[in-house]
Design a binder for this molecule. Sequence first.
Ligand SMILES: Cc1cc2nc3c(=O)[nH]c(=O)nc-3n(C[C@H](O)[C@H](O)[C@H](O)COP(=O)(O)O)c2cc1C
Length: 212
Amino acid sequence: MSSVAFSADFIGELDQLLRWRRDVRHFRQESVPEPVLEDLLHRASMAPSVGLSQPWRFIRVDDVARRQAIEREFERCNRAARAELSARDAEEYARLKLNGLKDAPHHIAVFFDPEPMQGRGLGRHTMPQTVAWSVVMAIYNFWLAATARGIGVGWVSILDPAVTGRILELDPNWEMMAYLCVGYPKSPSETPELEEKNWAARHPDRSRWIYR
Ligand SMILES: Cc1cc2nc3c(=O)[nH]c(=O)nc-3n(C[C@H](O)[C@H](O)[C@H](O)COP(=O)(O)O)c2cc1C
């Protein structure tokens, strides 16, 4: 195929996909079939990357002891984060569910090589951060591809990257981008959970647009 055209129906469904993609923290128990999970990782790897460096590393965390260590690390970091808040915010914060680590059938840590050999440095000379941004793009590919298949993804960032890397015995030069909980969501929603719980509200899109 030399070119591809997308139908109006497809574009409508893509809009639905963007609208219904959620950060998921409540999962059903059943596992995602292995070929489907692998398919999602292939979709992630289709993301653009600076200099075609593909710096991402997806770490499947299946080992029970490591998963439990990650859960304990989340609890430690979450307590520390809460301790920094004002009394009023801390009380509200404590009521939020900020991870699905216990119930998610799959854990995928996303790390990256900050100085990948692949891509030979192209595009990074003035903006070395572009390596990390490439990894975010891969995660978003994964997130959308998962949502399209009825699979939920929850991004957990309340973890210490160095401790997480040690729990997973990763190359100490790699940096952490995300720790993802993956599985079938308990209840899909069109509204972010933090909005439902009145932690924050989405502003009108136009309020973030600037013209010069
Ligand atoms: C970089 C990043 C880090 C995040 N870390 C967390 C986290 O540690 N815990 C959590 O519950 N949600 C986390 N989220 C999810 C956001 O809270 C969520 O995207 C936001 O509330 C909007 O909701 P939505 O994704 O359902 O639209 C993170 C999202 C991003 C993009």
